[in-house]
Design a binder for this molecule. Structure first.
Ligand SMILES: [Zn+2]
Length: 335
């Protein structure tokens, strides 16, 4: 059963605003900031698309088939203010233009002064569940970033992926060193070693999803509610793929990518959004998008504390569906 079909059958009744606590004001304020600073028009200068391909597109996060695709692409490049954009699309491509607007808007809101670089490859590869074997980066990942540049290498979900990668580039995340070793999940990498949890991915992906809903300039709360239901559905799909009939089953999950962090922990966060936003706000009341990097462990503990029986019941109800569609998207709504 697809998510849309599931939503029609089971969710319409319950589809009301679930925001209650103080997070209302904090999110409204962020939404207002995005709306009032949104950059609709920009002037650009065409520049020489020179960069070191081996440097930018190297590394384990881009699947070989996509690396091979990139090898055959030619890029155009523009400079807007201090930001360089490289794209495989025409410069008037709608998604590319939205990526430029979002980058400029976030630069402005977050007072980014360093040189920012964005690469967009509009490859047609969609993320789908494999027929068998471990779920891998080809099934899940769409971007990569450092402190100096962000790469978005699929057309699917590109505007949301861009926000995710920019949050890394702007160092809004809680630092890549924030790996928590002690956990009770049966997560293994491809060498069957116990996997670390990159909790910063859950923080960044959840914030990116919220910001993406705000960029869409509709009823962002309703959109977040839809994303919350969608990511629950996606999490149940993944557990079902690895043989789970119940959340408390103990199957081993082998994957070389941050599956739990992108899907299950994001579902946990979006299902406890009031408390999560409250936690971010208490740790940095000036701006929830400036995470205090000394609070990594508290963030991890907070997320774990949200995995209660209520959350498990939601997953267990979904696991009863038993037949899921194949998409591995992380968000339902894009632009
Ligand atoms: Zn990430």
């Amino acid at each position: 059963m697809s998510y849309n079909h599931y939503k029609k059958l089971y969710l319409l009744e319950k589809y009301k605003n679930n925001f209650s606590g103080g997070s209302y004001n904090i999110l409204d304020k962020l939404n207002d900031t995005i709306q009032s600073n949104y950059i609709h028009n920009y002037q650009f200068e065409i520049i020489n698309p020179e960069f070191d391909r081996d440097d930018i597109f190297y590394g384990p996060f881009i699947a070989p088939v996509i690396k091979d695709y990139i090898k055959h692409q030619t890029f155009s490049s523009i400079l807007v203010d201090n930001t360089k954009f490289y794209t495989t699309t025409p410069l008037n491509d709608n998604i590319f233009k939205e990526l430029v607007r979002r980058t400029l808007t976030l630069n402005k809101i977050l007072n980014i002064t360093k040189q920012v670089q964005v690469f967009y490859i509009d490859s047609p590869f969609e993320k789908i569940l494999p027929d068998y074997g471990p779920i891998k980066t080809i099934n899940v990942n769409s971007g990569v970033s450092t402190n100096y540049y962000s790469v978005v290498y699929r057309k699917e979900e590109a505007p949301k992926v861009l926000v995710h990668e920019l949050l890394h580039q702007y160092e809004v995340d809680c630092n890549s060193a924030c790996n928590v070793y002690e956990h009770n999940f049966n997560l293994k990498d491809n060498q069957k070693h116990k996997k670390k949890l990159l909790i910063n991915e859950s923080l960044v992906e959840s914030l990116a999803t919220i910001i993406n809903c705000m960029f869409m300039n509709k009823d962002y709360k309703k959109l977040i509610e839809d994303e919350k239901q969608f990511i629950l559905y996606q999490s149940a799909k993944i557990l079902n793929y690895y043989g789970y009939k119940n959340y408390d089953d103990q199957h081993i999950i082998v994957s070389d990518t941050s599956l739990f962090e992108y899907y299950l922990f994001k579902a946990v966060i979006l299902n406890n959004l009031d408390e999560f936003i409250d936690f971010l706000n208490k740790n940095n009341p000036v701006n929830i998008l400036k995470f205090d990097r000394t609070k990594n462990k508290q963030l991890y503990n907070k997320i774990i504390s949200f995995i209660n029986q209520n959350f498990k019941n939601k997953i267990n109800n979904l696991l009863k569906l038993n037949n899921f569609d194949k998409t591995m998207r992380m968000t339902k709504n894009i632009m």
